[in-house]
Write a protein that binds this ligand. Structure first.
Ligand SMILES: NC(=O)c1ccc[n+]([C@@H]2O[C@H](COP(=O)([O-])OP(=O)(O)OC[C@H]3O[C@@H](n4cnc5c(N)ncnc54)[C@H](OP(=O)(O)O)[C@@H]3O)[C@@H](O)[C@H]2O)c1
Length: 317
């Protein structure tokens, strides 16, 4: 099958980002043997934007796949790829940001990433008993560390993930470089109109993770892929529910990040750029019941800074 040409969006940093990303989180123990050929297949199919994170343990695999794609002539230079990685919560502190990014770059085998994100507005530390403790998160200091990475050219753009409007407001009050991206759970069953409007107003691009509701994964929901409304729209159009779900995100002005480690489904997910949903279909999709799947409840505890989910999400849940 021919390679799909992916449109791009322009971030507030001035850099361009391909308008669909390939998710690489999917397994607790990812195997390079299994995944490297799949990621190369994704590049051959047309994916240029890869979403990884220190915590996913796929940085090395993404790096290997990119290098192999270059060697095979699937891409002409590294610049054709857009690579995102993320700062894990154990490194979410001013002085730890640069060493964490340096380690990610070493694993990726790259001189720079296209986008570096603070994975969660959370700081965790291991205590003496090796159990994880949630600590105070220094939103300003951690962002200063991100800005340093950007100024050094190690990250072309910087941003955040899992930030509410309230946390974005605090960040914007303190930032010299505004975040280019907020990567959040966004799909037809978690539409987040308030956050979408806020980000649009502030020039922050939204990347949508769990675009399909993380269908079949332990943090996921069936509410997207098994929505009767979505299924009816897909059947009437002779598309799939996944394509309708991804097209809806694109039409919200956001960039879907979607994970499929299956050749046929990863190709299917790219077929969203040459057709449009009707106003009537979008109106029907507004009626889909709303519920957040990935709440981050593991970060909530009576001893930590976030004692309830309401506090973690500043009431935006
Ligand atoms: N920033 C964050 O905190 C955060 C959190 C979660 C995820 N993410 C990122 O976002 C990416 C995507 O999110 P996600 O992995 O949570 O979920 P997702 O992309 O919504 O869903 C992935 C699941 O859907 C299945 N799938 C994919 N395409 C399909 C299709 N066309 N038909 C039927 N099933 C299909 C996949 O199975 P197969 O692989 O078998 O096709 C997989 O089980 C992640 O990989 C990661 O990079 C970020």
């Amino acid at each position: 099958m021919d390679r799909v040409e992916i449109p791009e969006v322009v971030l507030n940093s001035g850099h361009k980002m391909p308008a669909i990303g390939f998710g690489t989180a999917g397994s607790m123990s990812p195997s390079a043997e299994h995944l490297t050929p799949l990621f190369i297949e994704a590049i051959a199919a047309g994916y240029r934007h890869f979403d990884t994170a220190a915590i996913y343990r796929t940085e090395e695999i993404v790096g290997q796949a990119g290098a192999e794609a270059l060697a095979r002539g699937l891409i002409k230079s590294r610049d054709e790829l857009f690579i995102t990685t993320k700062l894990w919560c154990s490194d979410a502190e001013h002085d730890l940001v640069l060493p964490a990014l340096s380690e990610s770059l070493r694993k990726l085998g790259l001189q720079y990433v296209d986008l570096y994100l603070i994975h969660w507005p959370i700081r965790i530390k291991k205590d003496d008993t090796n159990s994880i403790k949630t600590m105070h998160f220094d939103i300003k200091g951690t962002w200063e560390g991100m800005e340093e990475c950007c100024r050094m050219g190690l990250a072309k753009s910087i941003g955040v993930s899992n930030y509410s409007c309230a946390k974005l407001s605090t960040l914007l009050e303190n930032a010299t470089i505004p975040p280019a991206v907020n990567q959040v759970e966004l799909n037809v069953s978690w539409q987040q109109q308030k956050l979408m409007e806020f980000c649009k107003d502030k020039g922050i691009h939204v990347c949508a993770f769990s675009s399909l509701g993380a269908y079949g994964s332990h943090w996921g929901t069936n509410a997207v892929m098994e929505s009767p409304i979505l299924k009816d729209i897909a059947a009437a159009r002779n598309t799939t529910a996944a394509q309708v779900a991804l097209r809806w995100i694109r039409e919200q002005g956001a960039t879907p990040i979607v994970k499929s480690f299956n050749g046929e489904r990863m190709r299917q997910n790219l077929q969203i750029f040459d057709w449009e949903l009707t106003d009537e279909e979008v109106a029907k999709m507004k009626q889909i019941p709303q519920q957040k799947a990935n709440t981050g409840k593991a970060f909530v505890s009576p001893e930590g800074p976030y004692k309830t989910l309401e506090e973690l999400w500043d009431g935006e849940i």
